[in-house]
Design a protein around this ligand. Structure first.
Ligand code: HEC
Ligand code: HEC
Ligand code: HEC
Ligand code: HEC
Ligand code: HEC
Length: 287
């Protein structure tokens, strides 16, 4: 009986097997890449919005603070998107005829909110809160980038799990003084850009982020800074009983930092940041 297959077909079959294998791998890699691609994460993309609102104009140009519009960012999980009223505080007088602002005026007249497309949107099974991040030494720009330079808003970061974990594994590399939360141009300390920090109420035993005092100008030059120290009730003994709970001025002793690593470690300690092990456990974000 004649051979149905030619001798070379063996090699062909083997080659096609290898080829299929490669294709499967390639498909897997592609899907994985796709899952991380800006197309899926929407990283870097400008969303379609009812009004081309420019953070660059309103923040950098007019000097508006983030909290003027995102009023709940320090005290709730949600940062908040401003109501039309906030825009009308100015736009009832400024640019009143601009075509661009027509949707704002219509919204104001009709009482129907503007519908903004979310740029950042975590899945429902992930818990996130602005409050803790903002009060523990992260700046808006740590996660959102240079918002003050964005004519149209886009997501600077993927918001994928590995992005969150990368910081939770070592928050020290990103921590800054809480006084710098809104400083879009904040850069980590360096030899020519030192930061000085002091702890106000170490003696009373309850350090909080607020009790850490950091400055970016040499505090020794302008004379020692004073802070108010609340005397704990336990120190009230005998004749000084009257001053328990009273606020006494104390001299702060400042430590100088020229490296992010050192500043970060200091802030981790005094902001009472949990260990990387605690911060990467699943229940932190999936409750
Ligand atoms: C004058 C009001 C105003 C000010 C001031 C303002 N924003 Fe906004 N912000 C908005 C509006 C309106 C939106 C929704 C439209 C958009 O996404 O551009 C928004 C959206 C955002 C978003 C994206 C929200 C989403 O959909 O995921 C971020 C992040 C943000 N702002 C950060 C900031 C930061 C940081 C500052 C300070 C540097 C700031 N904003 C100052 C009005 C403001
Ligand atoms: C503190 C006053 C103030 C507030 C609040 C304010 N704007 Fe403006 N807005 C201005 C001024 C001033 C300009 C003109 C800026 C320029 O051309 O330099 C402007 C310009 C604009 C423009 C024209 C495009 C541009 O950016 O130049 C749009 C659109 C706009 N604003 C939308 C909004 C929306 C939406 C809100 C509410 C979320 C808002 N503004 C809140 C003062 C304000
Ligand atoms: C640790 C990272 C991080 C920091 C720091 C941070 N954000 Fe966000 N922001 C996010 C994430 C993540 C979301 C998406 C939340 C969601 O979808 O539930 C978001 C969403 C927002 C939104 C859309 C409304 C909302 O709350 O979902 C605004 C506005 C915003 N951020 C403003 C700010 C401002 C202003 C600051 C600084 C005061 C800031 N963010 C600091 C990560 C951060
Ligand atoms: C740039 C650093 C950074 C990034 C990015 C970041 N976090 Fe955090 N996160 C922190 C720090 C610092 C804390 C405070 C930890 C503490 O106080 O022990 C924290 C705390 C938390 C907490 C604890 C809240 C509580 O009340 O216990 C949750 C939940 C959380 N982060 C979720 C997220 C999620 C989800 C993302 C990604 C979308 C994210 N974080 C991205 C630094 C970060
Ligand atoms: C710091 C916050 C954080 C911690 C801690 C965390 N996750 Fe997530 N996780 C996220 C975020 C954010 C997403 C959403 C990712 C996205 O939208 O692409 C996510 C998504 C997921 C998903 C959906 C599939 C995927 O990969 O997109 C699974 C499953 C998951 N997490 C499991 C876990 C497990 C298991 C742990 C503990 C080992 C854990 N996560 C710890 C933030 C966290």
């Amino acid at each position: 009986m004649a051979q149905i297959f030619e001798r070379s077909s063996n090699a062909l079959a083997r080659a096609s097997l290898v080829l299929t294998g490669l294709l499967v791998i390639a498909l897997g890699v592609t899907l994985d890449e796709l899952q991380r691609s800006p197309w899926v994460t929407r990283q870097g993309q400008r969303a379609d919005q009812p009004v081309p609102f420019s953070h660059k104009h309103h923040v950098q140009g007019l000097g508006l603070q983030c909290q003027y519009c995102h009023v709940t960012v320090e005290k709730s999980s949600y940062a908040g998107i401003p109501p039309t009223k906030t825009c009308m505080n100015c736009h009832a007088q400024i640019w009143t005829n601009a075509q661009l602002l027509e949707p704002v005026r219509t919204s104001w007249a009709s009482g129907q909110s503007l519908v903004w497309t979310k740029v950042h949107d975590l899945p429902d099974y992930v818990y996130f809160s602005h409050e803790i991040h903002v009060n523990k030494g992260l700046g808006c720009s740590s996660c959102h980038g240079r918002v003050d330079q964005m004519p149209l808003m886009y997501a600077q970061n993927t918001l994928q799990m590995e992005w969150c974990l990368d910081c939770h594994r070592n928050p020290a590399k990103n921590l800054r003084p809480t006084t710098e939360t809104y400083n879009m141009a904040w850069e980590k300390p360096a030899e020519d850009r030192p930061v000085w920090c002091a702890v106000g109420d170490e003696k009373s035993g309850v350090p909080t982020a607020e009790s850490v005092n950091c400055v970016t100008k040499d505090p020794s030059g302008a004379g020692a800074e004073m802070a108010l120290l609340e005397l704990p009730a336990s120190s009230a003994k005998g004749p000084v009983a009257d001053v328990a709970g009273a606020k006494l001025p104390v001299t702060l002793s400042y430590k100088k930092f020229t490296r992010q690593e050192d500043l970060g470690q200091f802030l981790v300690q005094h902001y009472k940041i949990r260990t990387p092990k605690d911060l990467t456990s699943c229940e932190v974000c999936h409750r």
